[in-house]
Design a protein around this ligand. Structure first.
Ligand SMILES: [Zn+2]
Length: 152
């Protein structure tokens, strides 16, 4: 087993476990684009969805991102650089037809799963080529009740 500092963090593991339980299959820690040496935490190659679980510190979360006081300039450059690289990664992936789902490590599991599932669903619709709303397959609450009172 490889050991890498920024991989297999707890929020990421929980997310992976839950997606797997839901039948989602994905690659872990893989570069979505050949030639672009930036790995995503989860990669769904067929649907072209890349998932990143961003740590609040390293990716400068607006709620919990703190900046060390010592060597302030260095840290500012470092963390701002990370954020710029994230946005650049998003742009490159989007330009190549990928969808990017970013989940903060502070997000609770339900919210994180929803973000990923929404991206997968969007990607699936795009792949099928049908207009949004036609392929959700979910029963609309209320739709059946409407006809029930239609007797008179
Ligand atoms: Zn946060």
């Amino acid at each position: 087993m490889r050991r890498q500092g920024r991989r297999d963090t707890k929020p990421e593991l929980r997310l992976r476990r839950e997606l797997h339980r839901r039948g989602r299959r994905y690659y872990v820690d893989r570069a979505p684009l050949p030639g672009l040496r930036r790995r995503a935490d989860l990669v769904f190659p067929r649907l072209k969805v890349a998932v990143y679980v961003d740590g609040c510190f390293w990716h400068a979360c607006s709620q919990h991102g703190t900046r060390p006081k010592n060597n302030r300039d260095w840290w500012d450059a470092k963390l701002d650089g990370n954020v710029q690289r994230d946005r650049d990664t998003d742009r490159r992936l989007t330009a190549a037809g990928w969808r990017v789902a970013r989940v903060w490590e502070h997000e609770d599991l339900t919210a994180a799963v929803e973000i990923v599932e929404a991206a997968l669903e969007e990607a699936r619709r795009a792949l099928v080529g049908r207009p949004p709303g036609m392929v959700t397959g979910r029963s609309q609450p209320g739709a059946q009740q409407m006809s029930r009172s239609g007797g008179i």
